[in-house]
Ligand binder design. Structure first.
Ligand code: NAP
Length: 317
């Protein structure tokens, strides 16, 4: 039987990685986007150009799909108003097509005081707006299971491996000037997800979805790294030392009243002040062993190559 996936948000970070990974694994891919593809897509990928709220168009595009990857992400500063209708639309499409919905979860759900090790049983705490919004999103998926909508949340750390991540926006922004920027204490473990690995995990879980309950949550451990470990990995890839520098949070705080994105970022600063990692025991049990895991040196080399102005790499060995 042809395996078919509809990827919602195919121009986004996870969306694009998912299109590439499902296509490479032999799935028929339908890619929803609202603009032209930002880069070439593999041959055979069918484009579905429409808004994510266009339920009739998405339902038509999803006919025959077994899986829908929900990689949409509305404007980060307007989740309160944009997330609920988007969730309702995506659930309507999943209900109408019978496809299993797969959502990349994040660690916001655990609130400000998130514990150091996050398992699927760690309680959610809605003590900041984005925590409440993500908890509501996942609750809507869980509730929809009672009316026959199957869903899987794959919870992951901060994405690595595309533009618009903490690496290119902040940490590696000043490498050309010999500086590496730390978002918090340099020895604080932080959860990351290398997008190609995460997308391959989506494929592997999609192929085992029949063994999961109607609503499942699985944690993707990805890479747990301190800022110091990341700095050393960048130094090794560049072949030269870097000076550590602190992210200018006080400036962001000053700008926050006038700059919605700055305000939204300051609200999430706790993720750089609390050590955290995702426990992947259940995911490993499902997939039967090793998870897709690109080595850190390769991750960092690819991050460097993707920077707007890659700062001169030494020749590969
Ligand atoms: N970024 C992270 O570090 C991270 C970590 C864990 C989990 N997640 C979760 O993963 C999911 C995807 O995140 P991401 O960072 O990959 O997102 P992203 O790069 O910001 O991409 C989101 C995509 O959604 C599309 N979109 C938003 N509203 C739309 C609408 N009304 N109609 C059509 N398309 C619409 C955007 O289209 P345009 O390109 O046209 O604007 C964009 O391509 C989100 O749920 C996010 O919370 C993210």
């Amino acid at each position: 039987m042809t395996k078919t996936v509809l990827v919602l948000g195919a121009n986004g970070r996870l969306g694009r990685a998912a299109v590439l990974a499902f296509a490479a694994a032999g799935w028929q891919v339908r890619a929803q986007l609202r603009r032209a593809p930002r880069a070439a897509l593999p041959a055979g990928v069918q484009l579905v150009q429409c808004d994510a709220l266009d339920v009739p168009a998405l339902t038509a595009a999803g006919q025959g799909a077994q899986v829908i990857v929900h990689a949409l992400n509305p404007d980060y500063t307007r989740w309160a108003t944009l997330l609920p209708p988007q969730t309702a639309a995506v659930l309507a499409v999943a209900r109408a097509t019978g496809a299993t919905l797969m959502l990349p979860g994040n660690v916001y759900n655990f609130g400000h005081q998130l514990p150091a090790v996050l398992t699927e049983d760690t309680p959610f705490v809605a003590n900041h707006p984005k925590a409440a919004q993500r908890i509501a999103l996942e609750a809507a998926l869980a509730e929809a299971a009672a009316s026959g909508v199957r869903s899987i949340v794959l919870r992951a750390g901060d994405f690595l491996g595309d533009a618009g991540t903490w690496i290119d926006l902040a940490m590696a922004k000043d490498l050309a000037r010999g500086r590496f920027t730390h978002m918090g204490p340099a020895d604080l473990p932080h959860a990351w997800a290398w997008l190609p690995d995460l997308a391959q995990t989506f494929v592997a879980v999609a192929e085992r979805r029949a063994s999961l309950p109607p609503h499942a949550v699985l944690h993707v451990p990805g890479l747990t790294l301190t800022g110091a470990q990341l700095q050393r990995a960048f130094e090794a890839a560049l072949g030269r030392p870097l000076r550590a520098r602190r992210f200018p949070w006080p400036l962001l705080r000053l700008a926050a009243p006038f700059w919605p994105m700055g305000r939204a970022l300051v609200e999430m600063r706790h993720l750089w002040q609390r050590p955290h990692q995702l426990d992947g025991t259940r995911l490993r049990a499902l997939l039967g062993g090793d998870l897709p895991q690109t080595p850190l040196d390769s991750v960092v080399r690819q991050c460097l190559a993707g920077l707007p102005q890659p700062p001169g790499l030494p020749a590969l060995a």
